[in-house]
Structures are given as C-alpha cells and as structure tokens.
Write a protein that binds this ligand. Structure first.
Ligand code: CMP
Length: 148
C-alpha cells in the first residue's frame, strides 16, 4: 500500500470541480485517507515549488497557488503514486491523454487543476509538508479488502 499527496488547485475549487475530481479517485478504488480545504501561505508554496524558483513563471505560480484555497488530500491504495499520476495525466493538459483529469478539465499548463506526488520519496516529503502529525491517522474501509 502506498499513500500519495494530491492538491486540487485553486481553479478546481473556483470552478466547482472538487467532487468531479475526487470521484475519479474513489471510482478507481483508491481511499481518501486525509483531506482538508486550506489557503496556502506563500512560504509553503515557495517550499513546494522550490525547484522552479528560477523559472520566469514562478511568480505566477505563487500568486495562483496562494490566491484562493486548495484541497489537500492523502490518497492510499495499491501503487497509488503511479495510479494517481496516470489518472492525473501529463503536466501540460494538451499532452495529457483523453480521459485523464487534466485532459478532461484543464486548459493551460499554469492552471492545470491538480498536483500529484511523482515518487515515494517526494510523496513522503510532500505529505509531511501539508499534514501535521495530529492530522495523520488510519482507518479501515469496508472496500479495502475488495480492492487491495
Ligand atoms: P505541478 O504538477 O503542480 O508541478 C509543477 C507545476 O509548475 C506544474 O504543475 C504547473 O502548474 C507549473 N508549470 C510547469 N511548467 C510551466 C510552464 N511552462 N508555465 C507555467 N507553469 C508551469
């Protein structure tokens, strides 16, 4: 079992797409382990995207990600990191496969609806970044045994 971090970005919240996107993960059989709606401080966004700090579009990312709330989620399941990335699709929506979340809902690379961790190492770091120790717990879902 793996747990990965997903952020539903401000455009998802503003466009009323939270439910539509969460249902993609639930329909696949993945478990929402933890979830919250949160307005991100600039410091967290700077840390999260520090590898993009020298890019010309970095100020735009900062403004976008801090401008209105995001939904932060931990998603658990068998190979959830890869599965969530496949459901999410390529970073640039024009390169994402039809049927993926970004193809179906996003129109631009800068407002691309969703972020998902890309490896086990990144997921561990990102889950820690967005969830405090007191927010972390585990629970059984009746379907766990069916889909695991
Ligand atoms: P995400 O998967 O959250 O990881 C890095 C983010 O940087 C990416 O989604 C995009 O939102 C953003 N990004 C990557 N490339 C560009 C670009 N060329 N122009 C604007 N934003 C970008």
């Amino acid at each position: 079992m793996q747990t990965t971090l997903v952020l539903l970005k401000p455009d998802t919240v503003q466009r009323g797409l939270i439910g539509a996107i969460i249902s993609r993960f639930e329909n696949k059989g993945l478990k929402i382990s933890w979830m919250k709606l949160v307005q991100l401080p600039k410091s967290i966004v700077e840390e999260h995207y520090d590898f993009l700090a020298d890019k010309p579009f970095f100020p735009g990312i900062l403004a976008y990600m801090t401008g209105s709330p995001v939904v932060a989620m931990a998603i658990t399941g068998k190979d959830s990191i890869k599965t969530v990335r496949m459901l999410t699709g390529a970073t640039n929506p024009t390169e994402a496969l039809p049927g993926s979340i970004r193809w179906d809902f996003a129109l631009s690379i800068d407002a691309n609806i969703i972020h998902a961790s890309d490896s086990e190492e990144t997921a561990a770091k990102e889950l820690k970044r967005f969830f405090s120790e007191w927010e972390i717990y585990s629970y059984e879902k009746i379907s766990d045994k069916v889909v695991a």
